[in-house]
Write a protein that binds this ligand. Structure first.
Ligand code: ATP
Ligand code: MG
Length: 363
């Protein structure tokens, strides 16, 4: 068999606030792991968000989107800040982020929820419930009730105002998110829980029918279960360890992924990836640009570093390299190093740069 060419184009989007600081740590870590694994990265840095408003007059320059589209994966840090808060919509950093997601057609949002044993005390759950949680939430990102038509406001015959939205999913939309979820479950423990409200909603009945069919036809090796969203919300807090991979629609996924994010304690630890049909994936921490601590070397770079690990695993199929990065993060925490957001007594407080150096030593 021909040796797969392990050379990849990665677009880097540092964005605003703590973005440049945490991205620089992630890039150093990627370079180190590339050297160990015989991988080649061609990095290209581009402007997005407030930095692009200041530098190019728009939050998403054409050249940024074109470069992203032509790459194998995109690593984004964070965007936004007080400075641009009163800008008109077309000059807001957030408009750049939405444009980027739409421009790349990323319909599948993957959010891992892990409670590392070293950080179990940071979880609002009891240690025995929290420790060892390892879930992947796969959320449909560009369909469902947030986009369904028609939508709007009206006045009825009795003169009362009303408003309406539609939760609409077509079979191709369900099928493609289901496939991403099954593929994801396959790379994990091989268990997929599809969350819906099929006892009440027709859209959920079609969802359940299609997910079941795709499982039977294409992924018989993955163990599929179904759960109503109200029960899933309860189970995530009561016994989160029962879940491996969860797949759900846009609205339910929005809510469940925020519940799940809280389980792990710090926003500074959580990465995400957004995948398209065949183009490059977009990988970013779930936290924002943290303008309150920007430029002070205080930010936790681990969510960004773990986003780089997701890029390797889900964006490029470089699972081994991804696992090396995850192990380095775990080792740094084992040794007691903590940034301010994770700090507790008996641990060693480090800044963003220092945390990066510790990761490099481990690698
Ligand atoms: P956005 O609207 O972009 O999501 P936000 O205002 O909701 O941003 P964040 O920027 O995520 O929120 O910041 C929320 C809080 O968490 C802030 O106090 C910030 O300093 C802190 N925070 C966020 N990310 C990190 C990080 N990587 N390390 C340390 N603290 C962080
Ligand atoms: Mg936020």
């Amino acid at each position: 068999a021909a040796q797969k060419e392990r050379s990849y184009k990665v677009t880097l989007l540092p964005g605003d606030g703590i973005g440049p600081e945490i991205l620089s740590v992630a890039v150093d870590v990627m370079r180190a792991v590339a050297e160990r694994e015989g991988i080649k990265f061609e990095f290209t840095e581009k402007l997005v968000g407030g930095a692009a408003v200041d530098g190019a007059g728009v939050p998403l320059p054409d050249d940024t989107l074109a470069t992203c589209r032509a790459s194998d994966a995109v690593l984004l840090a964070s965007i936004g800040g007080y400075k641009w808060d009163s800008n008109p919509p077309h000059l807001k950093p957030e408009t750049g982020l939405l444009g980027l997601r739409a421009g790349l057609g990323v319909f599948a949002n993957l959010r891992p929820v892990t409670v590392l044993p070293q950080l179990a005390d940071a979880s609002p759950l009891k240690r025995e419930v929290a420790e060892g949680v390892d879930i992947m939430v796969v959320r449909e990102l560009i369909g469902g009730i947030y986009f369904g038509e028609p939508r709007g406001f009206g006045v009825n015959e009795s003169g009362h105002r009303y408003a309406y939205n539609n939760m609409v999913y077509s079979t191709p939309e369900i099928d493609r998110i289901a496939r991403v979820a099954f593929e994801t479950a396959r790379k994990r423990q091989g268990r997929l829980c599809s969350v819906d409200k099929a006892n009440v909603l027709q859209v959920s009945q079609l969802w359940r029918e299609r997910v079941t069919a795709i499982g039977k036809e294409e992924y018989p090796d993955v163990e599929l279960s179904h759960m109503y969203v109200d029960n899933a919300a309860m189970q995530l807090v009561r016994n989160p360890k029962q879940f491996d991979t969860i797949v759900t629609g846009n609205l339910f996924g929005d809510i469940l992924s925020d519940i799940s994010a809280q389980l792990s304690g710090s926003i500074g630890m959580l990465p995400s990836s957004s995948m398209s049909e065949s183009g490059p994936g977009l990988f970013e921490p779930i936290h924002g640009s943290a303008p309150d601590i920007a430029g002070q070397d205080k930010a936790n770079p681990l969510a960004q570093v773990l986003s780089a690990a997701m890029l390797l695993k889900y964006g490029l199929g470089e699972t081994k390299a991804a696992e090396l990065i995850e192990a380095a993060v775990s080792a740094a925490l084992d040794k007691g190093y903590r940034t301010g957001d994770l700090m507790s007594s008996g641990k060693t407080l480090v800044g963003c740069k220092k945390m990066g150096e510790i990761l490099l030593e481990t690698l």
